[in-house]
Design a protein around this ligand. Structure first.
Ligand SMILES: *[C@@H]1O[C@H](CO)[C@@H](O)[C@H](O)[C@H]1NC(C)=O
Ligand SMILES: *[C@@H]1O[C@H](CO)[C@@H](O)[C@H](O)[C@H]1NC(C)=O
Ligand SMILES: *[C@@H]1O[C@H](CO)[C@@H](O)[C@H](O)[C@H]1NC(C)=O
Ligand SMILES: *[C@@H]1O[C@H](CO)[C@@H](O)[C@H](O)[C@H]1NC(C)=O
Ligand SMILES: *[C@@H]1O[C@H](CO)[C@@H](O)[C@H](O)[C@H]1NC(C)=O
Ligand SMILES: *[C@@H]1O[C@H](CO)[C@@H](O)[C@H](O)[C@H]1NC(C)=O
Ligand SMILES: *[C@@H]1O[C@H](CO)[C@@H](O)[C@H](O)[C@H]1NC(C)=O
Ligand SMILES: CC(=O)N[C@H]1CO[C@H](CO)[C@@H](O)[C@@H]1O
Length: 395
């Protein structure tokens, strides 16, 4: 953002917007009075000053946010304070014309849910009805599926830790793990207690376009990351994907507030993802926010404020979720993170291509939306249709 002069925009003082929104949302007496006011000639000069971003970038913390300072395709030159954002990250940043905005939720599910809810409800500041949301962060990676530095795009987001948890030393006899789905008695039984946020499915047609755009990027890599990948080679080839160069990959994501690590929990959550998605989803990346971000956006869709079919989930891989052969789980977690630097760089390199693709093809394709051919929404069918995974929502 360098030397650009930023301006704080105080939209809440724009009284007309309050009148307009009152007309839309409030009781009929208020609506008719507001409509009368709008009909008066004195108000004819009034224009909608809300920002209507084509893309909102959702980052989680400052390292991910800093990435956009190095980007030349656009400059985020205005800071906008949004009520309800994290005290650590109180501003959204936008381009001068408001077509691209970026924010940081703060880390873990509580921060993601409250920040995105606040964004969705900031009706006097933003009109998000046609906005594409690019979730863009780093993540842990399953070495059976992909490698550090890779850029992943998910169709399914699964809240894997929403389960009963035993300390492993007290786990039920015969259970390979201390995690059991809620209401079930064994790890491989579908949960019978459903909260509604266990699985989200995103627009697969939009993902396909995003992947095509991202593949235009030349990804960053480093010698240290290459060295770390090579350690996942083994005669069984079980972690072969981990040994390959970084790439753009379509694979699914797991949310857990708990920063889990190690082979046993990795395999546990592979199983949870298969179970919760009726074997359609494959656990690939792990992060601490996206179930909550998607939950807030789904509720925004139900409130008529955002379009859930316009959500893109992109996570770049910064660290392996489990050790390489011969390494302890602790050594993997507490050791160096050579994937961190390329993962951050690749958020920008791939992300810019996705954003540029959306902006360049706005009129032809993206303004009207990319119609999904798959089911989208949550486990309960809240947006209409019947989930093509799991048992649906028994509520
Ligand atoms: C806008 O926010 C950024 C990031 O926190 C900061 O570096 C910059 O100084 C702010 N701009 C102004 C004008 O305060
Ligand atoms: C931004 O660019 C500077 C200078 O090339 C580099 O030192 C820094 O690591 C980059 N930051 C990110 C997040 O890519
Ligand atoms: C938020 O934006 C205002 C106005 O540009 C700036 O003064 C403030 O430093 C920003 N806060 C943070 C934490 O970036
Ligand atoms: C990746 O980024 C690092 C750090 O900025 C840089 O030293 C390196 O040359 C880059 N590598 C490639 C292949 O772009
Ligand atoms: C997942 O996110 C939803 C909000 O969308 C929240 O209700 C739920 O409690 C979250 N799960 C956990 C374990 O925090
Ligand atoms: C897209 O449509 C808008 C309004 O219809 C128009 O002003 C703009 O020039 C168009 N952009 C391109 C790139 O065609
Ligand atoms: C689960 O998948 C199988 C086939 O793969 C299908 O027959 C079944 O209907 C699916 N269950 C649900 C609830 O969608
Ligand atoms: C179920 C659902 O919300 N589908 C939407 C997917 O995307 C298109 C536009 O991008 C919408 O028109 C659909 O309603």
């Amino acid at each position: 953002m360098g030397n650009n002069t930023n301006k704080v925009l105080s939209f809440t003082s724009s009284l007309w917007i309050i009148i307009l929104l009152t007309a839309i949302n409030a009781p009929s007496w208020a609506a008719s009075r507001a409509q009368e006011a709008l009909l008066k000639p004195a108000t004819s000069a009034i224009v909608d000053q809300r920002l209507k971003p084509k893309v909102v970038i959702i980052n989680m913390f400052s390292s991910e946010g800093d990435v956009w300072q190095n980007v030349t395709a656009f400059q985020l030159v205005q800071n906008i304070s949004v009520p309800g954002f994290s005290p650590l990250y109180p501003n959204a940043s936008c381009t001068a014309d408001g077509s691209i905005c970026q924010l940081m939720t703060g880390e873990a599910e509580i921060n993601a849910a409250t920040t995105i809810t606040s964004l969705v409800q900031s009706r006097t500041i933003f009109d998000l009805a046609k906005t594409y949301f690019l979730i863009a962060g780093i993540a842990g990676i399953n070495p059976k599926v992909a490698t550090i530095g890779s850029v992943t795009f998910a169709r399914y987001a699964v809240q894997v830790a929403l389960q009963y948890e035993f300390d492993a030393r007290e786990r039920p006899i015969g259970s390979p793990t201390g995690y059991i789905p809620q209401g079930a008695r064994k790890p491989d039984q579908f949960p019978t207690t459903i909260y509604g946020t266990e699985v989200f499915e995103l627009n697969a047609s939009l993902r396909k376009l995003a992947v095509q755009f991202a593949r235009r990027a030349t990804l960053n890599d480093t010698a240290a990351a290459q060295k770390a990948r090579a350690r996942y080679a083994s005669p069984s080839q079980i972690y072969k994907p981990a040994t390959l160069p970084p790439a753009v990959v379509e694979c699914d994501t797991a949310t857990s507030d708990n920063f889990f690590t190690g082979r046993i929990l990795g395999e546990t959550f592979e199983q949870t993802t298969r179970l919760f998605t009726n074997r359609s989803g494959a656990y690939c990346t792990t992060q601490q926010e996206d179930n909550a971000t998607l939950g807030a956006l789904l509720r925004g869709h139900l409130a008529g404020l955002v379009d859930f079919s316009r959500v893109i989930h992109m996570r770049t891989a910064s660290d392996f979720d489990r050790p390489h052969p011969g390494q302890s789980a602790a050594a993997n977690l507490f050791g160096d993170t050579p994937g961190f630097e390329p993962a951050l760089q690749n958020i920008g390199l791939a992300g810019v291509q996705v954003i540029q693709g959306i902006i360049d093809e706005w009129n032809e394709t993206f303004a009207r939306g990319v119609k999904p051919k798959n089911y989208i929404g949550d486990i309960c069918g809240s947006l209409g249709g019947v989930p093509d995974f799991g048992n649906g929502c028994p509520l």
